[in-house]
Design a protein around this ligand. Structure first.
Ligand SMILES: Cc1ncc(COP(=O)(O)O)c(C=O)c1O
Length: 446
């Protein structure tokens, strides 16, 4: 018999986990556990929180929206939806992305973006363009097709039998570039890989490339050479292949720019964003496309189907309120400035650390790659579960880091705190990581 008053690891989550944190409440940048511990959230949940937790104004806006109009079918307009669309168009989206579709999460939104790309080509008379190119290190979601498209072996385990295999290109990874670490010809090397892959498949068969501008947790903020994306976009354009930028993690200021594609000076045909859109206050994501994409789809007489809970009035109200707070408090700029300080402090402390191969990222998306040998970049064996240990030690020190990496690319500690992070909280983060890495080092030399 289950004790009804005891929600323990045998009943939550679905598959029992080693450690289940029980969080009683969250405020600002901190989580408070049921057992009375205060934890600085250096991960922003799972790189979601941007304005911090427990902001009254957002709670108020959500409550108002529920009272005003709880639900209408997603294609209809409500005041809450209209205000959000105007907020997005006037203040956030690049002008060429004027078409908006709303979804309830990142996986759903990426699926929709891919459907749109295929429907666009079909509507323009190119039914043969059905191939979606993806990248070897990537994460685009957890539905069956997004798990298949993602270059994230750990999240495909046990499903391999039903997952289609998508053609992929190399994710530019300057630290581990086959020509040598941070090689001056890295851009050319990775662009040649893109061009070769396109030619191998046949350019006229490819509908789109889906990619994150810089990696989320799959590769722990792997950052491409600055000129990579402009070169890649030229190649894609030349072959009539659409660029879908998955900015579910990087969107809405995470990188210190409104979008990661702005950071690299490129114009995606379809941009997908999620997490930061409502900063954790609601389940909402967006697919943003050009007029041309919408025109192609409607020329084919196709429809873009909705998900029932996409764009609930209360989700729209939460998103609008979060976006307005980001603007009012200039938090995108702050993501850039406080992110630079956080990265500088991490670099000062760890750039010579025997276990640290690289500290990378932009704004408030930072990855620290851990290796067993800095010289050879040899990772720890998978069974050593180093990331898990570092996260565990961090929690003991009162700071939560997010686990990153997958498959052969492993042991990356991700940081993605809210943009409201305070300067003194940077010290807390650096100290906790220092203690955690030293524990790993001690265990290694035992
Ligand atoms: C880049 C990226 N795309 C897609 C997703 C999937 O989003 P969701 O978990 O909301 O379905 C994530 C989630 O972490 C992500 O980081």
């Amino acid at each position: 018999m289950l004790d009804k008053n005891r929600l323990d690891q045998s009943i939550w989550p679905f598959v029992p986990a080693k450690r289940v944190m029980s969080i009683q409440r969250a405020k600002g940048n901190y989580l408070y556990t049921k057992s009375g511990k205060k934890i600085l959230d250096a991960a922003g949940g799972c790189i979601v929180s941007n304005i911090g937790y427990g902001v009254e104004e957002v709670a108020e806006a959500v409550s108002q929206a529920i009272k005003n109009c709880t639900f209408v079918m997603p294609p209809w307009l409500t005041e809450e939806r209209e205000v959000l669309i105007n907020e997005l168009r006037e203040h956030w989206l690049p002008p060429h992305l004027s078409r908006i579709h709303l979804a309830s999460g990142g996986s759903e939104a990426n699926e929709t973006a891919i459907k749109m790309a295929i429907q666009y080509h079909a509507g323009m008379g190119h039914q043969e363009r059905t191939v979606i190119l993806t990248r070897d290190i990537s994460y685009h979601g957890t539905t069956i097709s997004m798990a298949a498209i993602s270059g994230h072996p750990d999240r495909k385990r046990g499903l391999e039998g039903i997952l289609d295999v998508y053609p992929n290109i190399l994710t530019p990874y300057p630290l581990r570039c086959p020509l040598g670490a941070f090689h001056e010809n890295a851009t050319e090397y990775y662009l040649k890989d893109l061009e070769d892959r396109i030619n191998e498949i046949g350019p006229n068969k490819i509908a789109a490339l889906i990619a994150e501008p810089l990696n989320g947790s799959s590769g722990g903020a792997i950052t491409p050479p600055q000129d990579y994306w402009q070169g890649a976009q030229k190649i894609l354009k030349k072959h009539g292949i659409l660029l879908i930028m998955d900015e579910v993690m990087t969107g809405f200021g995470r990188t210190g720019y409104k979008f990661g594609s702005e950071l690299y000076g490129i114009k995606p045909d379809i941009l997908v964003a999620g997490k930061g859109l409502a900063g954790g206050y609601a389940a909402i994501a967006g697919v943003f496309g050009t007029e041309e994409i919408a025109e192609g789809i409607s020329r084919g007489g196709f429809n873009v189907m909705f998900h029932t809970f996409a764009a609930l009035p209360q989700s729209c109200a939460a998103a609008t309120c979060v976006l307005q707070i980001l603007r009012r408090d200039e938090l995108v700029l702050r993501s850039k400035s406080i992110g630079a300080k956080l990265k500088k402090s991490l670099t000062e402390k760890f750039s010579q650390h025997p276990l640290v191969a690289e500290i990378r990222g932009e704004g408030m998306l930072i990855g620290v790659e851990i290796v067993s040998d800095r010289g050879t970049l040899e990772p720890f064996p998978k069974e050593a579960r180093i990331t898990e240990k570092v996260i565990g030690y961090g929690l003991k020190e009162g700071v939560f880091f997010y686990p990153g990496g997958t498959g052969d690319i492993r042991d990356i500690v991700c940081l993605g705190p809210a943009f409201t992070l305070k300067e003194n909280e940077i010290d807390e983060i650096v100290n906790a990581l220092s203690v955690s890495l030293d524990r790993v080092l001690e265990a290694q030399s035992d």
